[in-house]
Design a binder for this molecule. Sequence first.
Ligand SMILES: [Zn+2]
Ligand SMILES: [Zn+2]
Length: 406
Amino acid sequence: MEIRIEQSCPQCGGPVVLSESDRLLTCSYCGVRNFLRSRGLFRYVLPVAGREEMVHAPYLRFKGTIFLVREEGIEHRLVDTTQVAVDHAGLPPSLGLRPQAMRLGRLAAATGGRFLRPAIRATAVLEKAARLSTLLRQERAVLYHRAFIGETVSCIYLPLQQRRDGLFDAVQDRLLVKGRARGLEGFPFSPRWQVDFLPTLCPHCGWTLDGEGDCLLLTCGNCDRAWLVDNSGLQPVPWQVVAGDERTRLYIGFWRITARIPTLAMESFADFIELTNQPMLPRPEWQRRAMQFWIPAFRIRPRIFLRLGRQATIGQHRLRPEPGTVRPGLYPVTLPPTEARQAIKVILAASAASPKRIFPSLPGVRPAGLSFALVYLPFVSTGQEWLQPHTGMVINKRVLGFGRSL
Ligand SMILES: [Zn+2]
Ligand SMILES: [Zn+2]
């Protein structure tokens, strides 16, 4: 479930409600459009009054997918968890459903109060999430690879209040620890936690960029450049489009990651076809074609993610990308390239027609010589589904969840 964050417009102060995956803020009062830049995790607070006297305990939230490659095949599970990040007796181990049930605030200099420092890392929360998930309970099964393809990792603070009779959870007004709790001095707000709001203007030509909400890639309709919203600001991204025709209604983005797999001696697309035992003969020219992994650049159910990644990767020789030019129907990019990179081994596993030849090598696989580009592929409408004519990929329209504008 998504959490909602209440935020005031950085320009006019009007109330704006964002979802946790939103990186772009559009104010319905003054019309300003900004993107959010944070040097670290996004930090939120549970709502409470009289915060000045309180100390806040950090909880790390992870929402994403765990993929496990094991002898029997590839398993996956959506994970949505919020775990305490300090070691202090009496604190609830998890915030449960509270973050979803309440409107959170964004942590800012004006929030007030003091803050405990997280003592465990985000990776430890992921480990715990993996253990908690039933997937790993069959302990004797061989695990070849595990990947977290995270949609969101953030920090949510629970306000605590020391009163005469003990330490209280200030949101639920519930006693956590009797008497005086120790080790809860905390630190004041750090300017490093500050989120910056920056205008969505093309860094190259100054034009207003297209894209809103959870879109991570902004395009410039003036100079045709594409920009990735990341923690350091707007980064230029090489991008291309496979031309559609008059039936094309939508272009959906894939991260095309060129990579070698030295341990498998996989250099070319021909090597990939042979090593994964595809039921086709590699053409001679595929020896000269660098291996590319095509990873969906949008959030979608794990089972569909695997299928689309496999189909696009195996069908890459049918795709002829051209330099990207802005056009109608560009579907939002919502999965960053850092997460797509985490998916390389999973998509390699999903592509293997004979798992026994690939799966046992996965622990030693280190993709090398990586280069990234975003490629939009054309899709045509066939009733309930979107069809990609070159590769035969289909995506159910409801599953894609593009109902907001189509
Ligand atoms: Zn405003
Ligand atoms: Zn521009």
